[in-house]
Design a binder for this molecule. Structure first.
Ligand code: B12
Ligand code: SF4
Length: 474
């Protein structure tokens, strides 16, 4: 079959926005893998990335030129409106094409897509097995059911590697001069920058996330072997000479054994590129030796879901961490020179202003390198979403508002004017922190030359100085 897979993620930066930050600068691993699966099964699969197009008419032109027999759209909840608009346009331009949707939103809320006349098939869960299988069956002239659940979770060792080049080629085809496969986002991670995923699933049970995450990836966490991920890094090195990378895994560090094996093998294989990954405060505190090993291997930053500085709120959202652990995790990161990307939420249901102030005071003490605040946004499929619906708390009226950005009211009864002040205050560094950061910066910048100067002076002035060997010099 001839299939076009559409990535409709224009909710963040809109059309014609490739390279603009994470939302428009990163590939979708789901799309890159599914396209590779379809190709491996012998189908002709290409990509349409709405972010690279000019407007809806440009999509019409692309569809008319490519004339795919099947159009498959991947969608998160925030992508609902552009995804449906795509499907309507597909019907208009290619009335005979078979249309499919899959991804987090269809998996979690298939009922929302039930009646839609522009959609032929709705896939639930991971698509590595079901998607190529459906294409095979269509090619044989078979009829498919409307709802196609995935009964199995694919063996990640067998899944094709995410095909970064699919996106790079398509972006170039649309006139973008892409110099890095994915847009870097912090100075610690220089370009060329790439993202990888070592596993799927998460063993934790945060109420603002679960059980939606399990609905997609299942209960059991699956991780690719270290050899498999190193092979991917080797390919990415060969192809893009990447200078830094990042793991997208929900919580890579929950798997201590894997991380330790990876760090040793990464270094032994000669990789030195810095990387970021996600972690949790409790894991960092309980595994300082692992953190040290990661830092030695090249870890430069953790994304940490601190979420709140109030122990009551942390219990309410079932985070499984405490304020004191959040602070201790920050201290450990500092000790090993690991940047902190702080994810936190303001405006959770039941949260009082005093509790928000606790989050602010925690952040002042943490002094993270990057602030990533959200106004709590109920996400479909999570227990806290159900709580908000049952208690009639949600102010979300359209899918675009599932974006967590702190710029609109999400929950009834919350004073968003005050919360906007709290948002700004949470990111205001104290004078003490500003001075400490400046000192750290100057130390990092000039300490090495100063140390080297002293070393040379010592060597020159020592009479019994040892002969320099190749290793000492090298
Ligand atoms: C990396 C990531 C990002 C990156 C890159 C996004 C991208 N281009 O993929 C960035 C930072 C940009 C991002 C942004 C956002 N993200 Co995000 N992100 C992730 C993360 C951590 C990994 C995504 C991934 O690659 N997964 C692995 C791949 C293999 O899985 P997949 O893409 O879901 O695809 C599989 C299946 O879903 C299915 N499938 C997918 N599409 C299709 C299509 C067909 C036809 C078929 C058959 C099957 C199918 O098969 C695929 C292979 O198994 C996930 C969490 C997670 N673990 O998945 C959250 C996640 C997807 N993000 C989420 C959210 C909420 C957001 C934001 C809204 C956050 C915000 N700013 O408010 C934005 C929205 C971006 C947009 N579209 O405009 C939610 C989505 C929830 C939902 N109900 O939609 C998730 C699930 C996190 C969570 N637990 O809340 N995100
Ligand atoms: S929020 Fe993170 S740690 Fe918590 S369940 Fe979801 S993916 Fe796991």
């Amino acid at each position: 079959m001839r299939v076009s897979v559409i990535y409709p993620g224009i909710g963040g930066k809109g059309f014609h926005s490739i390279g603009q930050g994470m939302d428009s600068g990163w590939i979708s691993h789901g799309v890159a893998i599914l396209t590779a699966c379809a190709q491996r099964a012998g189908h002709e699969a290409d990509l349409i990335d709405l972010r690279a197009l000019r407007d809806w008419d440009h999509l019409r032109e692309e569809l008319a030129a490519r004339r795919p027999e099947v159009v498959a759209v991947s969608m998160m909840s925030v992508d609902y409106d552009p995804a449906l608009q795509c499907l309507e346009i597909v019907r208009e331009v290619l009335p005979r094409a078979v249309t499919m949707v899959g991804g987090p939103h269809p998996t979690i809320m298939p009922e929302e897509l039930d009646e839609n006349p522009h959609i032929d098939h709705v896939f639930l869960g991971e698509g590595e097995d079901t998607f190529p299988d459906a294409l095979d069956r269509l090619a044989r002239g078979e009829t498919l059911p409307r709802l196609i659940p995935s009964e199995t979770h694919p063996d990640l060792e067998q899944v094709p590697l995410a095909y970064h080049q699919l996106f790079v080629d398509e972006w170039r085809r649309q006139g973008y001069e892409v110099t890095s496969p994915e847009a870097p986002f912090v100075p610690e991670l220089p370009p060329p920058f790439v993202t990888v995923i070592a596993g799927r699933g998460c063993m934790y049970n945060c109420s603002y996330c679960q059980p939606a995450e399990r609905a997609i990836f299942g209960r059991k966490v699956r991780r690719r072997s270290v050899a498999n991920i190193l092979e991917e890094l080797r390919i990415l090195q060969e192809r893009y000479h990447f200078q830094s990378f990042m793991f997208h895994d929900d919580c890579l560090t929950e798997d201590r054994e894997w991380v330790v094996e990876f760090c040793r093998a990464y270094t032994a294989a000669g990789f030195t590129q810095p990387f970021f990954c996600q972690s949790r405060a409790d894991i960092i505190v309980k595994n300082e030796d692992m953190v040290a090993l990661m830092a030695e291997a090249g870890l430069r930053g953790y994304f940490i879901g601190f979420e709140s500085g109030s122990d009551r709120v942390l219990r309410f959202i079932r985070k499984g961490t405490k304020r004191e652990q959040n602070l201790a995790a920050g201290r450990i990161c500092r000790k090993y020179g690991i940047s902190i990307w702080a994810n936190y939420m303001l405006g959770l249901p039941t949260e009082t202003q005093e509790e928000v102030l606790e989050t602010i005071s925690m952040l002042k003490e943490l002094d993270p390198d990057y602030y990533s605040p959200a106004f709590y946004t109920p996400h479909p499929g999570s227990d806290l979403y159900t709580y908000c619906v049952e208690n009639d708390l949600s102010l979300i009226r359209d899918h675009g508002s599932y974006r967590r950005n702190p710029d609109e009211a999400k929950i009834k009864g919350i004073d968003y004017e005050w919360l906007t002040w709290a948002l700004e205050e949470s990111q205001r560094r104290t004078l003490r922190n500003r001075v400490r950061r400046q000192v750290r910066y100057l130390w990092g910048r000039y300490a090495h030359p100063v140390k080297a100067y002293h070393k040379i002076v010592r060597l020159i002035t020592r009479r019994d100085r040892p002969q320099a060997t190749a290793t000492q010099e090298g």
